[in-house]
Design a protein around this ligand. Structure first.
Ligand code: SF4
Ligand code: SF4
Length: 351
């Protein structure tokens, strides 16, 4: 498990365990859930439609053998059911706010009963955008429930009436891979539910989502030119686990994600000019488009890359990058090349 997330979860558990620190435990839990949800939203925003039903680890044994959209569905259907049918005793967000139709899911259950190709088929049918809106509303609704809880509520248990009610909703499949859920939830008190469906369960599935998206980015990069249009090297980029490169559909560089059309301005400009990269452009020295905007602290270094490619070619450039990364421990190229493009070019040529 991600060590940082695991530590935060432990800290929250400890705070929730004492009346004196309960309120700050709830506050930290809500903050942590916001942080984790940020990961979901970042993944959800940046990839092409097919990314959400791909199963790059289909034959693996683990949560990463699912799809990205299945993972979101599963996390938030469980939370919605538990938060509303059990803790708050009111209607699920799924039925209350029209998501039942909008998400276009062929099931209303948690999805535990699905396996293999059925997960991919299921994911293909979902309206991805609506699914993320649904997930956000579930998170916010649960946060409101959490904020209303008092320390003595943590010990509240659930009886046969709740078991029956859960069965009657039809939100848990009767399939043997799913029906254990009702006994599992009803075996916990409110505190147990907070610690599993509302936090640890998120961590486990969001970690699996990160593995899936890392793999999809890696697969996208296979065979693609690793030199970005602006002159950066995708092979050496610290965003490599998030971005498949600007020559693929998995482009999640900061300038692409900040552009309304999701396309990096340098990539767009090069494509419009029909050139391989900014190194083939007569305006390179003076250009302030996209990554070269003067307020970007990596602009001069990226330009130094393009100037180097102009003189020595892409193969030599990638070899220099290999050598620099062998010699120095750095994330961003400007840490080595600095803020002056000609000085950056000199450093590249000396290495
Ligand atoms: S952020 Fe830029 S350099 Fe990094 S992988 Fe994406 S396109 Fe390549
Ligand atoms: S104008 Fe700027 S962004 Fe466009 S190709 Fe030339 S150097 Fe690249």
């Amino acid at each position: 498990m991600n060590r940082e997330w695991s530590e935060k979860n432990k800290e929250i558990q400890a705070l929730l365990s004492k009346g004196a620190t309960f309120a700050s435990g709830i506050e930290k839990l809500i903050e942590f859930r916001g942080e984790l949800f940020g990961q979901v939203e970042q993944i959800a925003a940046n990839y092409p439609a097919e990314a959400f039903w791909q199963m790059p680890f289909a034959s693996a044994d683990g949560l990463h053998s699912k799809t990205l959209d299945y993972s979101v569905w599963h996390i938030f259907r469980i939370e919605d059911i538990v938060a509303h049918e059990m803790i708050a005793g009111d209607r699920q967000v799924f039925f209350e706010n029209g998501f039942c139709d909008a998400v276009r899911a062929p099931i209303i259950t948690t999805g535990n009963e699905l396996a293999g190709e059925a997960i991919a088929d299921f994911s293909r049918q979902l309206d991805h955008r609506q699914l993320i809106l649904y997930a956000r509303e579930v998170m916010q609704s649960t946060n409101r429930i959490l904020n209303r809880l008092a320390y003595p509520d943590l010990k509240r248990k659930f009886g046969d009436d709740v078991r029956e009610k859960l069965r009657a909703t039809g939100c848990v499949s009767d399939d043997e891979r799913a029906r254990w859920l009702i006994d599992y939830w009803c075996g916990k008190d409110v505190k147990g539910l907070i610690l599993m469906p509302f936090s640890r369960h998120w961590i486990m599935h969001i970690e699996a989502m990160c593995r899936i998206k890392n793999r999809l980015c890696k697969l996208a990069r296979k065979g693609a030119d690793p030199v970005a249009y602006c002159g950066l090297s995708c092979n050496h980029c610290f965003l490599g686990e998030w971005c498949g490169g600007c020559r693929t559909a998995y482009n999640a560089c900061s300038f692409a994600t900040c552009s309304p059309d999701g396309v990096c301005p340098n990539a767009k400009c090069c494509r419009e000019k029909g050139i391989d990269g900014c190194w083939d452009c007569e305006s390179l020295e003076t250009c302030d488009v996209g990554f070269y905007v003067p307020t970007n602290d990596g602009a001069a270094a990226a330009k130094a890359h393009s100037l180097y490619i102009q003189k020595h070619g892409k193969k030599a450039f990638l070899a220099v990058q290999d050598r620099l990364h062998e010699r120095f421990d750095f994330e961003k190229t400007q840490e080595i090349l600095g803020q002056d493009r000609l000085e950056g070019l000199r450093i590249l040529e000396e290495n």
